[in-house]
Design a protein around this ligand. Structure first.
Ligand code: DAK
Length: 264
């Protein structure tokens, strides 16, 4: 659809931001398309998503500077809200979303990657929040998520200096989990997604919710969140079958079988 492609591959799917001529910069149309694609994902069959950018040069080179250049204060706030709403939708999406970063992840590009569950990138990837060099603040959650991802001091340094960092430095500061050659990026992301998709989907979703929600509150309330989600797994086929299989294995290794989790 439009500027965003969607490809289902069994129980995983790939969402590709495809505005290659502008290095996949996010204008209003791209944001609208992205929202529609996420709204259309069938989370009962797809168990893990990969978000990437078209081409070998750029993941997302930021929000569209041309579109932003003429915004009024009210329009700027509205544009910020549009981006924040869709990024929050990604962050709280019921199934995991892996960012596969294939090049520039600047400004809004770095920000959208941080709304994903975790990031892997190609060796040519570049990250940064260049906004203060353009006379604005990061407006799609960068001031909030970068500090939560790499720590306050490092986030402040990156944002105040507007300095870009390469893949090696992104790995060192914990912004990405893994750096791979460009040619291996999608295969690596798909393998990770398939591993996740092979585990009990109700449990994976509950883990995502427990981690996300728990980080927004104090440790006592966070542990209650975990207890509730843990308890909810005990009404699932996946829990009964997963544990029964372990016990069968102990009883007789010949009885080991692949557990076909059912998402129910
Ligand atoms: N917006 C629009 N077009 C972009 C773009 C962007 N962010 N980045 C690249 N392009 C376009 C270029 O204009 C060029 O288009 P044509 O001239 O061919 O038509 C094409 O992509 C290829 O780019 P270059 O010719 O510049 O390619 P180079 O290899 O020479 O350089 C580059 C690649 C990524 C280093 C360079 O393009 C660059 O510096 N791009 C801008 C990166 C950047 O500053 N990104 C951050 C944008 S600011 C807010 C909401 C959101 C935000 C802030 C506030 N609120 C409402 C409060 C978010 C802000 C941002 O993301």
């Amino acid at each position: 659809m439009g500027f965003v492609d969607y490809e289902v591959k069994g129980n995983i799917a790939v969402i590709t931001i495809n505005r290659e001529k502008a290095l996949n910069a996010l204008n209003s149309e791209v944001l609208d398309d992205l929202e529609k694609v996420f709204d259309g994902v069938d989370v009962n069959t797809v168990r893990c998503l990969i978000l990437t950018g078209a081409g070998e040069k750029s993941f997302v080179a930021g929000a569209d500077i041309g579109e932003m250049s003429t915004l009024t204060k009210a329009e700027g706030e509205a544009f910020g809200k549009k981006g924040n709403d869709i990024f929050r939708k990604i962050e709280t999406f019921p199934i995991p979303v892996i960012a596969a970063i294939n090049g520039f992840a600047l400004g809004g590009g770095c920000e959208i990657s941080m709304s994903c569950d975790f990031r892997i990138c190609s060796e040519n990837a570049m990250f940064g929040q260049p906004e203060v060099g353009l006379g604005i603040t990061p407006g799609f959650g960068g001031t909030q998520r970068l500090a939560r991802t790499v720590g306050v001091g490092m986030a402040k340094q990156l944002i105040y200096t507007a300095r870009n960092i390469d893949a090696t430095e992104a790995l060192r500061i914990g912004l990405v989990n893994q750096v791979v050659p460009q040619a291996d990026l999608m295969a690596t992301a798909e393998k990770l997604a398939s591993t996740i998709a092979g585990n009990a989907p109700i449990a994976v979703r509950a883990c995502k919710k427990a981690i996300n929600d728990g980080l927004q509150t104090n440790i006592d309330d966070a542990l209650v969140i975990e207890e509730k989600l843990f308890g909810s797994c005990f009404e699932s086929y996946d829990q009964r079958e997963g544990m029964a299989n372990f016990l069968r294995k102990k009883d007789d290794p010949a009885k080991v079988k692949h557990v076909d989790f059912k998402n129910e």
